[in-house]
Design a protein around this ligand. Structure first.
Ligand code: ZN
Length: 487
C-alpha cells in the first residue's frame, strides 16, 4: 500500500465526515490535489509523514511549486480532510462539555495536534529551562519554532492591501481559508464558538504554542484591543466556563502590549506561570466588600484580587484600572498623559483557585524619554542584548520568549567564558566579562552558569517594565497609588 492509499484509510478512520463508502471519492480528491505520477513513500505511518510524502509527490508531479508557501497550503488542504467540519466540531465540543470542560478542551486540543494545526514538530525545537531568581523560578524559552519566512512571502505580505481578506490573522474568516503567498494557510483551522457577555467569541489554539494548551480567544468582530469593564467581565466568564484554564489580555497600548492591537483577543491555556505562584506581600483595602486585595511580590507592579463574587471582583478591577488611567507620580517618572497622549493601561490575568476567582492586575506605562527612547518601563539598553522586544502578557507572567538568535549566541558566550576560540557578538561582551569575574567557570558548569545568568537578566527585564520598583522609593510610591485608588 502506498502513502496515498494509507492516507485515504486515515481520512476514513478520522473524525471527518468521510466513511467507508467515500473511499473512491476521497482517493480521487487527493489525486486531484497531488497529481497522478509515482507516489513518494512515507517515512512511517504518522499522518504528518503521509502528508509530507504526498506534498513531495505533488512537487514531483508539478502540481505545486517547491516553495514553503505552496507546500504549506497543500499540506493543510490534506489535513483538512481528516478534520470535522466546523459545525460538527462545535457540536462535539459542547456535547463533551456537558460531561466536563476538560473533556471538551482535551478533544479540541488533541484534534488540533493530530491535524497538525498546532505545529508540534516545530514547537519541539524550542529551548526551555527554569532559572532561579529572587522572584522564584522564572521560565526561559528560546523560540525556534517559527519558520524563517522566505523573502518572496515577506514582499507579498508587504504589498497586501490593509483592507484585504481576511482582515487579519485573528479574524474568524481564517477558518478554512486556503492561504496565499505571504498569508498563512488555514484549511485545517477550526474555531469553537462561545458566548461572552451576550456576544459570540471564538476559541482556538495557537499554532506555535508558547506553553501547554496555548489558546486564543477572539472577538467575532474585527475591532481594536481595549481594556475596560467588559474585558474583566469576559476574562472571568472564560475561566468560569473553562475553570482549568487561565486567561489574560495584553494591554491596549503599544510598547506595553502585544503585537496584534488591531483585533480584540485574549490568550489563555493550561499552565501555571511563575507569577501565579508569587505570594502577596502586603494586603491592601480597596473598599470593595468580599474582595481580598494585595500587592504581589513580583517585578512588575501587580495587585491581586481574590473573591468568589465575580461582580465584586470586576468592580475592584475597574476601580484600579480607572484610577491608574489618570494617575501620575512625577517622583517615580509615572505620567498618565504627556501632550494629551494616554500612557496608562493594565494587563489583566484571570484564573480560578478552588472556589475563588483570582484577578491579577498589572500596571503599565508606555512613556518614552530621551534617556529611554524604547520605553521608560521597558527593557533598558544594558539588557537588550538578551531581550529588546515588548513585554507582553506571557512574559509579564514570568515566561521569557527570547529570540532564536540567542541559541547560537549563548553558545558563543560559553566558549568565550572558557577562553576557547569563539565568535561572540560584541554586545554580549560586557555581560560576559561580568559573568567571568563573578563565577568560577568550567566546561561542566558553563551552560548552567549562562542559563542562570540569563534568568537574572530576565528578572531585570521585568523589573525595568515594572512601574514601582522594589526599593523604598518604589514601595512608598506604590502605597501612594493604593491610597489614591480610595480617594
Ligand atoms: Zn481581525
Amino acid at each position: 500500500m502506498n502513502s496515498l492509499d494509507q492516507f485515504v484509510l486515515a481520512v476514513i478512520k478520522s473524525p471527518s465526515q468521510y466513511t467507508e463508502l467515500d473511499q473512491i471519492y476521497v482517493h480521487n480528491r487527493i489525486l486531484g490535489l497531488v497529481g497522478e505520477g509515482d507516489v513518494v513513500a512515507a517515512a512511517d505511518e504518522e499522518l504528518t509523514s503521509l502528508v509530507d510524502a504526498l506534498v513531495t509527490t505533488a512537487c514531483q508531479n508539478g502540481k505545486i511549486e517547491d516553495t514553503p508557501s505552496d507546500k504549506e497550503i497543500l499540506a493543510d488542504q490534506l489535513m483538512d480532510m481528516v478534520t470535522p467540519l466546523p459545525s460538527v466540531l462545535n457540536q462535539s465540543f459542547w456535547d463533551k462539555y456537558q460531561a466536563s470542560p476538560q473533556m471538551a478542551t482535551d478533544y479540541f486540543f488533541n484534534l488540533s495536534k493530530t491535524n497538525d494545526y498546532i505545529k508540534t514538530r516545530a514547537i519541539a525545537k524550542n529551548v526551555s529551562f527554569p532559572a532561579k531568581t529572587e522572584f522564584g523560578d522564572l521560565e526561559i524559552t528560546i523560540n525556534l519554532s517559527k519558520p524563517e519566512k522566505d523573502p518572496k512571502a515577506i514582499a507579498a505580505a508587504r504589498n497586501q492591501p490593509q483592507d484585504g481578506y481576511p482582515l487579519c490573522q485573528l479574524c474568524m474568516q481564517n477558518e478554512g481559508y486556503l492561504g496565499r503567498l505571504g498569508y498563512p494557510s488555514r484549511s485545517n483551522h477550526r474555531i469553537v464558538r462561545m458566548m461572552l457577555g451576550g456576544e459570540t467569541w471564538g476559541f482556538q489554539y495557537s499554532p506555535y504554542a508558547y506553553f501547554n494548551e496555548h489558546s486564543i480567544f477572539l472577538d467575532q468582530v474585527h475591532r481594536p484591543m481595549v481594556i475596560n469593564r467588559q474585558t474583566f467581565t469576559n476574562l472571568l466568564e472564560i475561566v468560569n466556563q473553562l475553570p482549568h484554564y487561565f486567561v489574560g489580555s495584553n494591554a491596549d497600548l503599544p510598547i506595553v502590549g502585544g503585537s496584534m492591537l488591531s483585533h480584540e483577543h485574549y490568550q489563555g491555556g493550561r499552565h501555571v506561570f511563575p507569577m501565579m505562584k508569587a505570594p502577596v506581600v502586603r494586603a491592601i483595602d480597596l473598599g470593595v466588600e468580599g474582595v481580598d486585595a494585595g500587592i504581589v511580590k513580583w517585578p512588575m507592579s501587580t495587585i491581586r484580587l481574590i473573591s468568589k463574587d465575580v461582580v465584586a471582583l470586576t468592580d475592584a478591577a475597574v476601580k484600579i484600572h480607572e484610577s491608574w488611567i489618570d494617575y501620575s507620580d512625577e517622583s517615580v517618572d509615572v505620567r498618565a498623559y504627556t501632550d494629551g497622549v494616554r500612557h496608562h493601561t493594565t494587563t489583566p490575568i484571570a484564573y480560578k483557585d478552588g472556589e475563588n476567582y483570582v484577578l491579577d492586575v498589572v500596571l503599565r506605562d508606555n512613556q518614552t524619554s530621551t534617556e529611554f527612547p524604547d520605553g521608560i518601563f521597558h527593557p533598558h539598553q544594558d539588557v537588550q542584548h538578551i531581550k529588546k522586544e515588548n513585554i507582553g502578557l506571557i512574559e509579564v507572567m514570568g515566561r521569557a520568549i527570547l529570540p532564536a538568535r540567542l541559541k547560537t549566541e549563548l553558545a558563543e558566550v560559553g566558549k568565550y567564558l572558557l577562553d576557547q576560540p569563539n565568535q561572540m557578538v560584541d554586545m554580549h561582551k560586557k555581560w560576559a566579562d561580568q559573568l567571568k569575574s563573578t563565577n568560577i567557570i568550567t566546561t561542566e558548569n558553563v551552560e548552567s552558569v549562562v542559563n542562570a545568568e540569563v534568568g537574572n537578566v530576565f528578572a531585570r527585564v521585568l523589573a525595568d517594565a515594572g512601574v514601582f520598583k522594589w526599593d523604598e522609593t518604589g514601595e512608598a510610591a506604590f502605597d501612594r497609588f493604593v491610597a489614591a485608588i480610595n480617594e
